[in-house]
Ligand binder design. Structure first.
Ligand code: ATP
Ligand code: FE
Ligand code: MG
Length: 332
C-alpha cells in the first residue's frame, strides 16, 4: 500500500508518501516558525496564507523525492482536525481536489492519531499500548487495544504542556517556541523553588498546567517587586521538574493499571531531554519498552498522517468529498 499524506493543522505545510504504513518514501515539511516568531506565537491568518503559497511546491517535492507518479498512490489521506480551522481547510481542500481529479480514495485522519503513528515508522506496535501525547495543543494519555482504536483516558483540563512551556519561556524573555530554551536552561539550573504538582482527584489521569504557569508568573513578579534576583536557570529547572514529575508518574501508573506492552511518547514536548531521561529511567525499571520518535518525527509532519492513514485505509475507512475541517475533532 502506498499512501499520500497531507498535514496543515498548524504552522507546518507537509506532504509525505509512505509505503505499508512504515516506510517513508518522502517526507517534506515546510515550516513557518520564522514568520510567526515576531508575534510570539502562531497567527492563524498568516498560517493559512503560507499553506496556500507552499502547498503546490511541497506536493511536487514529495513526488520528486519518492520518484513516483500518481499511478502508484492507493489513497489520499489528510489531517481533518483538530487544529486551526483556516489552516486545516487548505490541506482538506487540496486532498479533496486531488482525490477527485486522480480518482483516488480519500481518508480523513485525526492529528493525534498521526502523532501516535509516527512511532510505527520506527517500531511495530504491540497492544495494549499507552501513548502520552505532549504537544503545543495537546496533553493526553491514550490507550490503544488495537490498531486504529483509541481510548482517551486522560487529558488536560486547561493548558497543554507545550503551551505552558511557551508561556513560561515568554516570561523569561525567550523567543518562540520556548520549549527548547527552557529545556536547555533547566539543564543548567537547580530546583530551588518547589512549584505545585497538579495531581487532581485520586486516580485521575487528567492534567492541569495553568496553576503551575500562574505560580511561575507570580514568583517572577514577586521577586521583581522585592528586587530579589532569581536565576532563569533555576526557574526553568523548577518549572520543568513539576511538569516532568506529573507527566511521568501518571504515565507510569496508567501503564501498570492497563498492563501495557509498550509506551509511546509523541508531540513536540517529547523532544524534551529532561522528560525523555526520566521516562526512560522509570520504564527501564519496570521493563516496559518506551518508544520516542526521532526529533523530526516528534513535531508536525505528514509521514505520521500517512502512517495513521494507512491503517484507517486498510480498515476500510473512507471520507466523502464533503469532508470538512473540524478544529475540535474528537479522537475515536
Ligand atoms: P498540536 O500537535 O497539539 O496541534 P503543535 O503541532 O503546535 O500542537 P508540536 O509541533 O507537536 O505542537 O510541538 C510544539 C511544542 O513543543 C511547542 O510548544 C514547543 O515549545 C514544544 N517543544 C519543542 N521542543 C521542546 C523541548 N525540548 N522541551 C519542551 N518543549 C518543547
Ligand atoms: Fe502536532
Ligand atoms: Mg507545530
Amino acid at each position: 500500500t502506498i499512501i499520500l499524506g497531507i498535514e496543515t493543522s498548524c504552522d507546518e505545510t507537509a506532504v509525505a508518501i509512505v509505503k505499508n504504513g512504515n516506510e517513508i518514501l518522502s517526507n517534506v515539511v515546510s515550516s513557518q516558525i520564522e514568520s510567526h516568531k515576531r508575534f510570539g506565537g502562531v497567527v492563524p491568518e498568516i498560517a493559512s496564507r503560507h499553506h496556500v503559497e507552499q502547498m503546490t511546491m511541497v506536493l511536487e517535492e514529495a513526488f520528486n523525492t519518492a520518484e513516483l507518479s500518481w499511478d502508484s498512490i492507493d489513497a489520499v489521506t489528510v489531517t481533518e482536525g483538530p487544529g486551526l480551522v483556516g489552516a486545516l481547510l487548505i490541506g482538506v481542500n487540496t486532498a479533496k481536489a486531488l482525490a477527485f481529479a486522480k480518482q483516488k480514495p480519500l481518508v480523513g485522519v485525526h492529528h493525534i492519531a498521526g502523532h501516535i503513528y509516527a512511532n510505527r515508522l520506527e517500531t511495530e506496535f504491540k497492544f495494549p499500548l499507552l501513548a502520552l501525547i505532549v504537544s503545543g495543543g495537546h496533553t493526553e494519555l491514550v490507550l490503544m487495544r488495537d490498531h486504529g482504536n483509541y481510548e482517551v483516558i486522560g487529558q488536560t483540563r486547561d493548558d497543554a504542556a507545550g503551551e505552558a512551556y511557551d508561556k513560561v519561556a515568554r516570561m523569561l524573555k525567550m523567543p518562540y517556541p520556548g520549549g527548547p530554551h527552557i529545556d536547555r536552561l533547566a539543564a543548567e539550573g537547580e530546583e530551588t523553588i518547589t512549584f505545585p504538582r497538579a495531581w487532581l482527584e485520586d486516580g485521575s489521569y487528567d492534567f492541569s498546567f495553568s496553576g503551575l504557569k500562574s505560580s511561575v508568573i507570580n514568583k517572577i513578579h514577586n521577586a521583581e517587586q522585592r528586587g530579589e534576583v532569581l536565576k532563569k536557570e533555576d526557574i526553568a529547572a523548577s518549572f520543568q521538574a513539576s511538569v516532568i514529575e506529573v507527566l511521568t508518574k501518571k504515565t507510569l501508573r496508567a501503564a501498570k493499571e492497563y498492563n501495557v506492552k509498550q509506551v509511546i511518547v509523541a508531540g513536540g514536548v517529547a523532544a524534551n531531554k529532561g522528560l525523555r531521561a526520566r521516562l526512560q529511567e522509570e520504564f527501564d525499571e519496570i521493563d516496559v519498552p518506551l518508544l520516542i520518535p526521532p526529533l523530526h518525527l516528534c513535531t508536525d509532519n505528514a509521514a505520521m498522517i500517512a502512517a495513521a492513514g494507512t491503517i484507517a485505509y486498510e480498515q476500510g475507512k473512507r471520507s466523502g468529498l464533503d469532508l470538512n475541517a473540524n478544529s475540535s475533532l474528537p479522537l475515536r
